[in-house]
Ligand binder design. Structure first.
Ligand code: FES
Length: 109
């Protein structure tokens, strides 16, 4: 059996940069936890957006990210608890407020 591909994730969170490996069949959040990198999470099922991140380089597969609109996924937002890497990634975690603002900000004026 061939092993799933492993990618390198570089995650910036609260001003610190962390690098850890993530298999193609592993969510970015699970890989961070396995590597001892503390990234925010709550529901772990793609709903609450606590784990929101913005990807600056690379791509993910996140069919279960119900909390993110398609155009924001294209802008790089991802829910790390349901995001599987399809390349090496550079991302900023802790983007819940920014994602909320991007999705709902226009309704609050
Ligand atoms: S932890 Fe709730 S959406 Fe990821």
């Amino acid at each position: 059996m061939t092993q799933p591909q492993t990618f390198t994730i570089t995650a910036v969170y609260e001003g610190e940069s962390h690098s850890f490996p993530c298999r193609a069949d592993q969510t970015v959040l699970a890989a961070a936890e396995a590597a001892g990198v503390p990234l925010p999470s709550s529901c772990c099922s793609g709903v609450c957006t606590t784990c929101a991140a913005r990807i600056s380089e690379g791509t993910v597969h996140q069919p279960d990210a119900m909390g993110v609109k398609d155009d924001l996924k294209e802008a790089g937002y991802a829910l790390l608890c349901v995001a599987f890497p399809t390349s090496d990634l550079t991302l900023t975690a802790g983007m819940e407020d920014a994602l909320y603002e991007a999705q709902f900000g226009q309704y609050q004026k």
